[in-house]
Design a protein around this ligand. Structure first.
Ligand code: MSP
Length: 517
């Protein structure tokens, strides 16, 4: 049995879910659905990252406790993800008791391995980044990411001896070319590991005199664990580390999905931590680029973060999801505008796919009494459509394996165009007028309906709301069962003739215009 384990970053509880968090979660959800449909044993983990100074700071500003802030924002993420229909198997919180236990167990283990030592440290600290900055992180004396001046700090911290793992890790990344993908991020990780790159050990503790919101170090009760060391371990807790029966099997199938902002922690810290605690590395780290909105970086001060619930209300969540997956080349930055979403949804979903479904259903009512007819006069044009369906399946599977979701969707939509053209060329409205034309009309309509069945199944991981509705309108059971993802050699003609179609509201109505934001 194939296994598949996919994770998102766990999101900080100082922000509300926006397009950026939503995109990573859409990618993970799409992959989880794809693998379930392919019949693989699948686990999908998401959740919230709740400790650290940033949260304590937010709580102090609001005159409340960090726990109260964490509860409120974590619930907000969870409720949003549920409302959007994400199919996660666990929503983890770093305040969950099993996670706290695990972090302490890992700290003990890594300490015993001799990879943690105590040092005095002096430097410029950015609370936004939750770390000491180096010269490279500064622009005009301010943190380049958070645009705030860091604070000078001197304190005793425990350090994880990352530098001990530098050579091993560089070697591992070189020997496993797709460990970190796409390649540009692999190269970035290798650059960070170069001898002259200034790689340093990293601090894994904060003194309680300054921060108390965190997990206590098992070997020194005066310190709490640094939020990143704590957070990365969620990926183990989520699947029942250390003693769940299928932990090892799932861990071997781990696919982390992140954006480029947290590459260093995942590409360097995390594999070294795993090695230190005696676990093998994860399978792949998959890194995507950043979304900007209307050409600008998303920022709290601009207030330009896109609310996925609002997008769902305006355009339907599947249209939003379609746009994001179709527009961004995984690994490269992309820009979001509502105008582009509307143009894309109208062209691909309303005018192409929706139109194919509507005309097929209309003509089935008109020329076949409202039930899926039989294909009795199959010829070369039908064979060509069938070959197109198989090509689309091949393209989808190849693209998903390489995280090229835009290519997968393009292949499905291109197939829908081909079927529209086939319908235009066969012209059932003309075939029907010819003497003895019924067999030809029925064959044409069956071919279109069977194509739509393939399209719906191939689309199901990407458009989980629309796909079952397409199937339902074709008179098929609306559930998309595990194992039903068509491979290139799947049976063509599995759609049973005779089933009554069930035309409903148009699936992808044309969107008149983008709402002003
Ligand atoms: N808590 C850490 C992650 C710990 S994982 C062990 C964190 N949280 S975060 O809330 O800041 O989330 C960062 C992640 O959110 C990014 O890696 C990405 O998945 C997503 N995104 C946030 N803004 C984004 C964009 N503008 N564009 C694309 N994805 C972005 O870092």
């Amino acid at each position: 049995m194939n296994r598949f384990y996919v994770t998102t970053p766990i999101y900080y509880v100082n922000d509300v879910p926006h397009i950026g968090h939503c995109f990573t979660t859409i990618v993970a959800d799409t992959l989880a659905r794809y693998h379930r449909l392919a019949g693989d044993e699948t686990f999908f983990l998401t959740g919230t990252d709740e400790h650290g100074e940033k949260i304590a700071e937010a709580a102090a500003l609001r005159d409340t406790t960090p726990q109260a802030v964490a509860d409120e924002y974590s619930q907000r993420f969870r409720a949003t993800w549920e409302a959007l229909g994400f199919s996660f198997d666990r929503f983890i919180r770093t305040t969950d008791p099993d996670h706290v236990r695990n972090v302490q167990a890992v700290l003990t283990r890594v300490h015993e391995a001799g990879d943690i030592d105590f040092r005095e440290y002096e430097g410029l600290y950015c609370v936004g980044c939750e770390r000491f900055l180096t010269d490279r992180d500064l622009v005009d004396g301010r943190c380049a990411d958070h645009e705030r001046a860091p604070e000078p700090r001197r304190e005793g911290n425990y350090f994880f001896r990352l530098t001990r793992y530098r050579e091993w890790l560089a070697e591992y990344i070189r020997a496993h070319p797709d460990f970190i993908r796409p390649e540009r991020y692999r190269n970035e990780a290798l650059a960070m590991l170069r001898e002259d790159s200034g790689l340093e050990d990293f601090s894994i503790s904060r003194p309680k005199s300054r921060v108390t919101w965190g997990i206590e170090l098992p070997f020194d009760p005066d310190h709490v664990c640094y939020v990143w060391f704590d957070a990365l371990i969620n990926y183990l807790t989520g699947i029942g580390y250390p003693d769940a029966p299928d932990f090892d099997a799932l861990w071997g199938a781990t696919q982390h999905v992140i954006a480029k902002d947290i590459l260093k922690q995942h590409a360097l810290f995390w594999p070294a931590m795993l090695r230190s605690m005696g676990l093998p590395p994860f399978r792949h780290l998959n890194v995507h680029g950043y979304w900007s909105v209307d050409g600008r970086k998303i920022s709290k001060s601009l207030g330009n973060a896109v609310d996925p619930l609002l997008m769902r209300e305006r355009y339907g969540f599947d249209a939003f999801r379609y746009f994001l997956l179709r527009e961004m080349v995984f690994g490269v930055d992309a820009n979001f505008t509502e105008e582009a979403l509307v143009t894309r949804a109208n062209a691909d979903l309303a005018n192409n796919l929706g139109n194919l479904l509507n005309r097929t259903l209309n003509m089935t009512e008109r020329f076949a009494g409202g039930a899926v007819p039989s294909a009795v006069a199959v010829g070369a044009p039908e064979a060509e459509v069938e070959a197109g369906a198989r090509r689309a399946a091949t393209a989808v599977h190849g693209a998903v394996a390489e995280f090229k979701f835009h290519d997968a969707l393009a292949a499905i939509v291109a197939f829908a165009s081909d079927v529209n053209r086939y319908l235009d060329a066969r012209a059932p409205w003309k075939q029907a007028k010819r003497e003895g034309g019924t067999a030809a009309v029925h064959t044409t309509l069956y071919t279109a309906a069977e194509s739509l069945r393939w399209i719906a199944l191939l689309l199901a991981p990407f458009l989980p709301e629309a796909a079952p509705r397409i199937l339902a309108q074709l008179g098929l059971a609306a559930s998309v069962a595990p194992g039903s993802l068509p491979r290139e050699d799947a049976r063509w003609g599995a759609l049973a003739a005779g089933a009554p179609i069930a035309r409903g509201a148009p699936l992808f109505p044309r969107i008149e215009r983008a709402d002003p934001r």
